[in-house]
Design a binder for this molecule. Structure first.
Ligand SMILES: [Zn+2]
Length: 296
């Protein structure tokens, strides 16, 4: 298969989930063999950061890449969109430190790019193949990622937070399935009881009623809900029968599992290209995902 890039440039803007900082992003075509490269336009022409595992600097709740003084946070949703659509080469210009969270998914990226199709380039795509089966396990969390050599890439994710609301969810994707419809629209999520903690750690400054699924694991008082309703600016806020806040309607019953799949596809793109492997991930997260990308 030949390499592909974008036919046009696409712009996006909005607040970052963790920093709350507003950024403007332009995703542009790029020459063959260049891969995906970010450029911090506010830091000068040479503030380039290649989207590769060696540049990963932080994995707390999102994936950050850095080179020199330049960093970009929360790159995984765009990387997932570009991978799901089959884009080899792209330049991503951004004028601040964090990618916009948009609706918490990769939907806006794929809805902009997919209808135009892609531009085929001269060079052949160089796949990243693994020689033999490989298992990486995090003994502390019990998370693991297993990769087996395969002709076609495929990804399977199981999430298990010990949550009565989420249960255990297993979801999968391979190129025979529609990435746009099945994966890209699935939004990020958090547990209601974590919101205070995350906020105290200085994270989720850009979180609001539009961009996350909120899971209500523990009983919560009317008082707390009405307080949140005020914070969120959502007067009708309540807990649904399934145990989520009603700030958003779920696209799928297993939307949270699908979002972890979206994240895994994005994080593993940091191997620097398209993997030819069967990937099975149990309780994946940005930390283990990017560690595995580094090892490969
Ligand atoms: Zn995510």
């Amino acid at each position: 298969m030949k390499q592909r890039t974008l036919k046009n440039s696409y712009t996006f803007e909005g607040k970052g989930l963790h920093t709350g900082k507003f950024s403007h992003v332009r995703v542009c075509p790029a020459p063959q063999n260049s891969g995906i490269v970010f450029r911090r336009t506010d830091l000068g022409d040479d503030a380039l950061i290649e989207a590769v595992a060696a540049n990963v600097s932080l994995t707390a709740r999102s994936t950050t890449i850095s080179k020199g003084k330049a960093s970009v946070m929360t790159i995984e949703h765009l990387l997932s969109a570009l991978t799901g659509l089959g884009v080899d080469n792209a330049l991503v210009e951004i004028d601040n430190m964090e990618m916009p969270i948009l609706d918490g998914s990769a939907r806006y990226y794929v809805e902009a790019i997919a209808p135009d199709g892609l531009l085929e380039q001269e060079a052949e795509r160089q796949y990243i193949e693994i020689g033999q089966e490989f298992l990486y396990k995090d003994e502390k969390t019990g998370s693991y990622i297993r990769m087996t050599p395969a002709d076609e890439p495929s990804y399977e994710v199981t999430i298990d937070f010990g949550s009565r609301v989420l249960g255990v969810q297993t979801v999968s994707w391979d190129p025979s399935k529609d990435f746009v419809k099945e994966v890209a629209c699935c939004r990020t999520f958090c547990f209601l009881h974590e919101i205070q903690l995350l906020a105290s750690l200085g994270l989720i400054k850009g979180g609001d009623v539009e961009n996350a699924i909120v899971i209500v694991e523990k009983p919560v008082s009317e008082q707390r809900i009405s307080k949140l309703a005020k914070t969120f600016g959502h007067p009708e806020l309540k807990v649904t029968e399934k145990g989520y806040l009603n700030n958003v309607d779920l696209h799928f019953d297993d939307e949270c599992g699908r979002h972890k799949l979206l994240d895994l596809i994005g994080d593993l793109r940091l191997v620097g290209g398209f993997l030819k492997a069967k990937i099975v991930a149990y309780k994946p997260g940005h930390s283990i995902n990017t560690k595995v990308a580094k090892l490969i």
